[in-house]
Write a protein that binds this ligand. Structure first.
Ligand SMILES: Cc1cc2nc3c(=O)[nH]c(=O)nc-3n(C[C@H](O)[C@H](O)[C@H](O)COP(=O)(O)OP(=O)(O)OC[C@H]3O[C@@H](n4cnc5c(N)ncnc54)[C@H](O)[C@@H]3O)c2cc1C
Length: 598
């Protein structure tokens, strides 16, 4: 290996969203001098910055006005008055939302760390929306029994990401912007570093570190209609799996009920949190049939399924009947302008509809990846279902599965998860590095191996184009591994994915240049999509029950007897997935499984 090709840091964080940046900033704050963050896109374009609705934490700043019922208007709680919210309630809502698949020890930590993390954001200068008396304002969100979404209008993620990014710069974290990580090097269960391509120059380098942390985000781009950024191609899960790490609960993919019709861009759940209605072709608020109590604020899995049933039974709107209306007109101009300005702009720009005047056509959109790299509550990556660890490898945020969301995530719990567990991973990494962690030798020359792989891709005189393969994959995943699933569809999806993996071998990269070669990065991303999509479909086929976002029409009931357990997928010697299962941590005396009704 030539020395000029090797870059060395104490800690390498891959991903500049909330999880990665929190980990990097906290490790630096706790005394690690040499921390670097790699991001394949500009750090501030990470998908965290697109989050709209809010970040959950029990602060007890607002409550419904007395006598107006749980959905009545909100007012600030005068100092000294009884609280309406509690840690137990936030835990219970999250556990019920997860359909009892969330690990309750991790959920407890997330809920109890939440107020502190939000206050830390505030002290770092984050501009939250306020109540009249100057406290952080809170709004309602789906599946939460009290108003506990702390927000900055409908650009919460933007505000949080800028705040934490500034702090990372302040603590001298080095950012490598537009560096694409293409390989993770783990040997003998010890993490050695990563191989990355500098997108601007095309140079491929080995980056060595004592600890590597993944905060690479979710995998929504495997689906045709998605709220996710183009960058959310699940690179992190695929790289970890290829390097020998297991992946957990990959079959659980959340569909958000209100993606803009055809585009999938998110109309935040805050639209319904602020009081918006869902209406079918007949003008009915159909949620009264499916969730008479929570109505539009039932959790996302349930609302998306209800919409899909309305659409499938011919009560959808728009020419093809594939839409539903999100009606916010009754909220009035002032509320829409002050609380939901960004979604109004989105609706005007892309659907040519002003929500102040007209209902907005929406449809379910692939939104969140519950599955991912299994970790401890300190971000340490598990090597197997027994709880052994991979030395020096950490993960947090959407790429990870700790697991706080189980089978279905509640809105606003994800910015929280990325912040809480990013921060905890940062602390654990600092301890690990300061405790005498070593820079382990790198076997062979991984950078050269990856250079050859890229050269082979360029030399490949194939006939397949990456965009065709990705489009075919998205269609398969949406039609057969989407909101509703069954054995026949999942088997045929697996066949199609295997076929696409074969077609990928015959790929032709049209652009052979070195600088800013997006054709090459799309090709690498496509290989990742093909890797983990197989795990989603295979995990879903194995799981013969319906739980949270995983809904099998041929097994419509939840089956705790056989399936109250996490799926773990490992790569076999022959490259095929091998499955094992891991128990769920449940506080049997406090939150035992019950039927999930809203
Ligand atoms: C439109 C939208 C709205 C949302 N609203 C909310 C909300 O209101 N409340 C809430 O709690 N949650 C919300 N979520 C979910 C939440 O925003 C995400 O789950 C969370 O921000 C993920 O953060 P992260 O740090 O894990 O990853 P991300 O913010 O997605 O960051 C991933 C990072 O990894 C980098 N990366 C990935 N692959 C590579 C690679 N191969 N090489 C180098 N770098 C790589 C990317 O460049 C990026 O910097 C929303 C999600 C979406 C899509």
């Amino acid at each position: 290996m030539q020395n000029s090709d090797v870059i060395t840091h104490d800690v390498i964080v891959v991903g500049a969203g909330l999880a990665g940046t929190w980990a990097a900033m906290t490790a630096a704050e706790n005394g690690v001098k040499d921390v670097a963050v790699l991001s394949k896109i500009h750090p501030l374009r990470s998908h965290s910055g697109a989050a709209q609705g809010g970040i959950a934490a029990v602060l007890n700043n607002v409550r419904p006005v007395a006598g107006t019922g749980p959905r009545g208007p909100l007012e600030q709680i005068p100092p000294g008055d009884d609280p309406v919210d509690s840690f137990d309630l936030h835990m219970f809502d999250t556990i019920k939302g997860s359909d009892w698949l969330g690990d309750q020890d991790a959920i407890e930590i997330m809920v109890k760390d939440a107020p502190d993390v939000v206050i830390q954001y505030e002290h770092m200068g984050c501009v939250f929306s306020r109540t009249k008396d100057g406290r952080i304002n809170q709004r309602r969100f789906g599946g939460h029994s009290a108003p506990r979404a702390n927000f900055s209008a409908d650009r919460t993620g933007h505000v949080l990401l800028h705040t934490i990014h500034e702090q990372a710069l302040f603590h001298n974290v080095k950012f490598y912007s537009e560096w694409y990580v293409m390989d993770l090097i783990i040997e003998d269960n010890i993490t050695r570093g990563v191989v990355a391509i500098n997108v601007l120059t095309g140079d491929i380098k080995m980056l060595r570190a004592k600890a590597v942390m993944f905060g690479t985000g979710g995998y929504g781009q495997a689906f045709k209609v998605t709220s996710n950024a183009y960058a959310n191609t699940g690179d992190g899960v695929a790289l970890a799996y290829n390097a020998g790490a297991p992946l957990m609960d990959m079959e659980f993919v959340q569909f958000h009920p209100t993606g803009l019709y055809r585009h999938g861009f998110l109309m935040t759940e805050a639209c319904r949190g602020e009081g918006g209605y869902l209406i079918n072709k007949l003008g009915e608020r159909f949620m009264k049939k499916y969730a008479p109590d929570k109505m539009e604020l039932a959790p996302r899995d349930l609302v998306s399924r209800s919409e899909q049933i309305e659409i499938n039974e011919g009560r959808g709107v728009m020419e093809d009947g594939q839409g539903i209306y999100l009606d916010m007109r009754h909220l009035g101009r002032e509320k829409i302008m002050s609380r939901l300005p960004e979604v109004r702009d989105l609706a005007i720009a892309f659907a040519h509809v002003d929500p102040i005047e007209d209902p907005v056509p929406i449809q379910p959109t692939a939104h969140y990846s519950m599955g991912g790299i299994p970790t401890t509550v300190d971000g340490e990556v598990l090597a197997n279902a027994n709880g052994d660890l991979i030395t020096g490898f950490y993960a947090a945020g959407e790429v990870s599965c700790v697991s706080v969301h189980g089978a279905n995530r509640l809105g606003t719990n994800s910015l929280l998860e990325a912040s809480v567990f990013g921060r905890r991973a940062g602390r654990a990494i600092a301890e690990f590095v300061k405790g005498g962690a070593k820079l382990h030798p790198v076997p062979g020359d991984p950078a050269e191996k990856n250079r050859k792989m890229v050269q082979q891709l360029f030399d490949n005189d194939g006939t397949e184009l990456v965009e065709d393969i990705v489009q075919d994959l998205k269609t398969t995943m949406t039609n057969k591994v989407g909101i509703f699933r069954d054995e026949e569809g999942l088997k045929s999806a697996l066949d199609e994915i295997h076929n696409l993996q074969e077609r990928f071998k015959n790929i032709r990269v049209m652009d052979k240049s070195k600088r800013f070669n997006t054709n090459l990065s799309m090709t690498l991303e496509a290989s990742h999509l093909l890797t983990f999509s197989e795990l989603i479909a295979a995990g879903a086929l194995n799981r013969q029950e319906s739980r949270g976002a995983h809904s099998r029409t041929d097994f419509p009931k939840r089956d705790d007897e056989s399936w109250l357990k996490h799926t773990m997928a490992h790569k076999d010697e022959d490259g095929r997935p091998k499955f094992s299962y891991k128990g769920v941590t449940i506080y049997w005396d406090r939150f035992p499984p019950q039927e999930r009704k809203y």
